[in-house]
Write a protein that binds this ligand. Structure first.
Ligand SMILES: [Zn+2]
Length: 308
């Protein structure tokens, strides 16, 4: 499981100051301060356009290390080694069974919009599990991700084309696509503007961009307060539907529709995540640890936009 994954030492993270990715202003107000294993991070809000982002934030090299790390992809195993603070995924590769069921929901949402056999690229694909779901659904699917250990794990698991690379830079010569998907990744990019520009460049005329995002303006997001789950090192940006609309407009994408995202999760997970470990232990003891439920994600949206 730990093949190729590195250890992330928070003391070695190097920071830089950045300006707003959306409007280039450097005027901000503080939003939230968080800590992870001694690392202190700050989210600020651009006073000009409203984009919420981490500033200062890890430099490109430190961000690259983050996405190769066991701490990011497998908290369970990293915790045994050293860290107690949760960073991102409990066990990404170990939880693929219920991720596959969530992928089936999203496949159903996407399928009516694009013809069978269409070329689809999943960006921020991790091990390519969703790209594989797309391939099983009859599409000519590929995936691309910055994490080399995840791409290598995926090449062993799935029979889809997986590309290793940063989505913010120039994409390899992969041509144009009928659709591009981006699931649970939009908050992690160093420059969403650069990614949206690449999406625009690599979509065919009339092509569709499908993506999901957490919306910080939703009532339930605000109710989380300091426990809002995206206040973490790996989330470079926090979005609202307003800032997402601005990114789409900048990239010549017409945002057509959004709806509350859904996931299939183990029934005990909300109790674990929200700080009720004893309830989770009890549910596990009575045999509910393998029980899955389909739940709406009331802090996030699934959306699609069409290129003009
Ligand atoms: Zn701004």
């Amino acid at each position: 499981m730990s093949d190729g994954f590195q250890t992330l030492n928070p003391a070695e993270i190097i920071n830089e100051n950045v300006v707003c990715d959306l409007c280039h202003s450097d005027q901000t107000t503080p939003v939230h301060q968080f800590s992870w294993m001694g690392y202190q991070g700050h989210f600020v809000k651009c006073t000009s356009c409203g984009l919420i982002y981490q500033n200062p934030r890890p430099v490109a090299e430190s961000r690259f290390k983050l996405f190769q790390s066991l701490e990011y992809w497998n908290h369970q195993q990293a915790q045994k080694q050293r860290s107690r603070d949760f960073l991102n995924y409990n066990s990404y590769l170990g939880e693929s069974e219920w991720r596959k069921r969530t992928s089936q929901i999203r496949l159903k949402w996407i399928t009516p919009h694009i013809p069978k056999g269409a070329r689809v690229l999943d960006i921020g694909c991790a091990d390519g599990q969703f790209a594989d779901t797309l391939a099983q659904g009859g599409f000519d699917a590929s995936g691309m991700d910055i994490s080399l250990p995840m791409i290598e794990a995926g090449r062993k698991r799935y029979d889809v084309n997986l590309i290793h690379g940063a989505l913010e830079g120039d994409w390899p010569d992969c041509g144009q696509f009928d659709a591009i998907t981006c699931i649970a990744s939009l908050s992690t990019f160093s420059s969403p503007k650069a990614v949206f520009a690449n999406v625009q460049k690599h979509l065919k005329k009339g092509g569709i961009f499908f993506f999901n995002y957490g919306d910080y303006d939703r009532v339930l997001s605000r109710m989380f307060g300091a426990r809002y789950p995206y206040f973490r090192l790996s989330a470079t940006y926090l979005y609202t539907s307003e800032t997402i609309q601005k990114y789409c407009t900048q990239a010549g994408l017409d945002l057509r529709m959004k709806w509350t995202d859904m996931q299939v999760i183990p029934i005990i997970r909300p109790f674990k995540d929200l700080g009720f470990p004893k309830t989770a232990q009890f549910m596990s003891a009575i045999g509910l640890d393998q029980t899955m439920i389909k739940v709406p994600i009331p802090i996030g949206y699934f959306a699609y936009a069409i290129i003009a």
